[in-house]
Design a protein around this ligand. Structure first.
Ligand code: ZN
Length: 160
C-alpha cells in the first residue's frame, strides 16, 4: 500500500482490470484501503499520471462514472470463457501431426474449427468454418499457450 495521504482522492481514470492470480500474485493489496485484492482495477491519475491498483469499491469511488462492478463482471465472464476455450480437455490432437491440436467452436449457428499448428518451431492459428476453407493468421507464437490465447481473442471477435 502507498502512503494514502500522498495519493489524490479523485480524478482517477480506469485503465484495465487484471486477474492477480493469473500473474501468480496472491498478496496484492489495494493502494487505498490495503485490502487484499484479486481483481485488480488499474487506475491512472489524469493530472499526475501516477498509476495505482485498487479493489472494486475504491475504484468506483475514485473514478467518475466508472461502473466498477459491471466492468469486473464483464472481465470475469470473459476470463471464464477464456478458461473454457483453452482447457486442454476440449482440444484434440491432429492424427496427421500430433504437435497440432484443434477444437470446434459454435458461434451463433455456425461451427468453426480452430487449429493451432506448429511450423519451424513456431505456433500458428488456422480458423475455418466446418467443411470449408479457412484463414491462416499471419502472426506466429512461441508456444501453444500463447497461440491458444490469441485464438481465443480471434474467436471473441468473430461475428458470423
Ligand atoms: Zn480499496
Amino acid at each position: 500500500m502507498r502512503n494514502k495521504s500522498t495519493l489524490p482522492a479523485q480524478d482517477w481514470a480506469f485503465r484495465e482490470i487484471v486477474d492477480a492470480f493469473s500473474m501468480n500474485q496472491y498478496e496484492l493489496r489495494c493502494d487505498f484501503c490495503n485490502r487484499k485484492i484479486r481483481w485488480i482495477h488499474v487506475l491512472d491519475h489524469i493530472a499526475s499520471y501516477e498509476t495505482v491498483i485498487a479493489g472494486q469499491d475504491c475504484a468506483a469511488m475514485l473514478c467518475q462514472q466508472y461502473d466498477a462492478e459491471g466492468a469486473e463482471r464483464v472481465f470475469k465472464n470473459r476470463e471464464e470463457r477464456r478458461r473454457r476455450f483453452t482447457d486442454p480437455v476440449r482440444w484434440t490432437q491432429s492424427k496427421s501431426n500430433q504437435s497440432n491440436i484443434w477444437r470446434c467452436v459454435r458461434i451463433g449457428s455456425v461451427q468453426f474449427v480452430i487449429t493451432v499448428f506448429v511450423r519451424n518451431g513456431l505456433y500458428g492459428i488456422y480458423v475455418a468454418k466446418r467443411n470449408a476453407n479457412g484463414v491462416c493468421f499471419r502472426k506466429r507464437f512461441r508456444n501453444q499457450t500463447e497461440a491458444k490465447d490469441a485464438a481465443f481473442e480471434i474467436v471473441e471477435g468473430i461475428n458470423p
